[in-house]
Design a protein around this ligand. Sequence first.
Ligand SMILES: [Zn+2]
Ligand SMILES: [Zn+2]
Length: 504
Amino acid sequence: MAVLPAERGGWWHHYVCPAHGVELEHVGLLTGEFPSGGAPCAHGCRVDTADVRGAWTVLAHQACARAILAAAGGSPDERAAATALLREYADRYAALGTAAHNGAAGWMLRGRLFQQALTEAIWAVTIGRAARLLGDPVPELTAGLAEAARVARDTLVAEGRFRSNYTAWLDAAGAACTGKPEWLDGPHGIFAHVFAATHADGWEWEASTYYHSFVLRAYRHAIAAVPGVKVPATVRGRIDTMVDVLRVLVTPGGLLPSLHDGPYRRAEWDRELAELNTTPAPRRVVTVYRDAGYAILHGGGLQAIVDYGPHGGSHGHLDTLSLYLYGDGVPWQPDPGQVPYGHAQWRLYYASTAAHPTFSVDGLDQAECAGELVSVGSDEVTVACGTAYDGVSAVRRLALAPDGTLRDELTVTADRPRRIAAHLRPGVPLTVRTDPDGTVHTGWEPGLRGTHTASGAAARFVARPGPGPADDPQRTRTNVDWVAEDATAVTFRSTYRVGTWNPS
Ligand SMILES: [Zn+2]
Ligand SMILES: [Zn+2]
């Protein structure tokens, strides 16, 4: 069924090709052996370093735990095999998990079988679920995992980091390994975490789609692990609002925008999301999340998201006033997501202003900042930010016309002449055509067309090849910097309409 890895796990974010920035391929996870010749990259590399081995070992332990869980709900033979593997894990944890992992980076909250306590908690949830299905044949292991989770949680609480996404998984690990309600209703249990870590608008405080789904999954696992527990109506309501966030965000064709840190597209994330309800909610023309700072417009086959909210902590991106555009099943101008964090250069790029469809000044990154909601109507929203750059303010207004056209007006003003740019960052092939009067037409494959004019200052539409979304940084797209040089005020006006572009 599975051969358990003999080693302790490292940090999965190191499972990335140093040359190409793509996540390495998941191979041989149930064999107990790191792939001979190295972990393969989709671009042909084979990578074998201590970090990559440690990362592979994390993925292998997680895959083994899932195999055990699946077998624990299977036939008598499968259940016997699952019990045997759990006993093997009990021995392994007793041998390898006696102290905190000594290979962890300084910033990590250390685990025992893994570099990070968070990784260990995720693994422990699966192990705990399997153990409960089998009547807990490994009480010393489940008790040890719950105790490790408690120690790690106490450390976070002492550091004032209770609202961390880690805590949700540490509580879930405790609940899954013990079945005891204190991991839910205790002073630092899930019920308290729900209100510490999420906003009234339903978003997890980091305002990352990935971490939002991550924390929501931990809540669900924790609650499911304690049969008969009474979930307060307020907690239930907030969790329902969290679910609704995903259901509003997902497109009718099933695309879930990856806002802030998180994978752009990843099979593992799809598997995780399958645990949640991501059925698209009935569409409203305008939805505003006032705490997370997202406004979403739906209409004319378009889904537009403008990001004006708080930075989002260590998982935030320098993307204030970004405009993301999705069709039912197509990411015309998506948030590009993020690579595995072990790739320092690409991680920096995908968190940067340059990677996002926002505005920039003098080619510099925005500050970590928050914008504000200026107004919201039945078919329009206006947001602004005056803190992205010293002496610069920006206002972005989006309006959906009755005919389904989306109008986007971005005005940037500066206290001295600056190089002001509006960014277009397509996730699809883009065609650009400039008219003699300076009007620009864009075609976004398939099925979106744009018209672009600037006023207040002369602005050039500069197209150049650049990296596309983060699932493969080697895939180039036509990125556009729409640039006004030495400008103190410029307005960039675009209209977007779903339909075929006919460049006659
Ligand atoms: Zn490679
Ligand atoms: Zn981003």
